[in-house]
Write a protein that binds this ligand. Structure first.
Ligand SMILES: Cc1cc2nc3c(=O)[nH]c(=O)nc-3n(C[C@H](O)[C@H](O)[C@H](O)COP(=O)(O)O)c2cc1C
Length: 141
């Protein structure tokens, strides 16, 4: 993907933004890393939609993409329409995302979430009990 003028300016100024960097066992093609951002684009069953696929594919020029926090269980839903990773359909949807990003030369990592104090009403109804959600939060990995 083509980056905008501000990135070009950074490169022209002699910065190292566009140089590769080692990050653990990964060699990233550049130093632009996209942080996790909830986009609320999931469809029925909190499955990643074509819009989610397109969103990440469009950003595949980043050295590393951290996905939006994706609930690991129905109890972990923190916001509506967030694409989860706890059903086969959701995993298939994320597979389409990673195939699109990798097909475009990008690199992505998932961020998994168990919602903390901000739960949807349906998640509240299905949560196992009071206190179980206090230790939640965003776990990137
Ligand atoms: C709209 C929006 C959605 C976000 N969603 C997530 C998320 O799903 N998971 C997460 O770990 N952080 C999320 N964040 C936090 C960002 O990844 C980032 O850490 C935060 O904006 C602070 O970045 P900064 O220090 O560069 O401002 C979100 C931030 C914004 C603005």
């Amino acid at each position: 993907m083509a980056w905008n003028g501000s990135i070009d300016s950074a490169a022209r100024s002699g910065g190292r933004l566009l140089e590769p960097v080692e990050l653990g066992r990964y060699t990233l093609p550049n130093r632009m890393m996209m942080s996790a951002m909830t986009r609320n684009r999931a469809g029925a069953g909190d499955v990643p939609t074509a819009s989610v696929v397109r969103y990440y594919e469009q950003r595949s020029g980043a050295g590393l993409i951290i996905t939006e926090g994706s609930p690991i269980s129905p109890q972990g839903i923190g916001y509506p329409s967030t694409p989860g990773v706890h059903s086969d359909d959701q995993v298939d949807g994320w597979r389409r995302v990673t195939e699109a990003v990798h097909g475009a030369g990008g690199s992505g990592r998932g961020a998994h979430r168990r919602g903390s104090r901000c739960l949807t009403l349906s998640a509240r109804r299905t949560a196992p009990g009071p206190g179980r959600n206090r230790a939640g939060g965003w776990l990137a990995g």
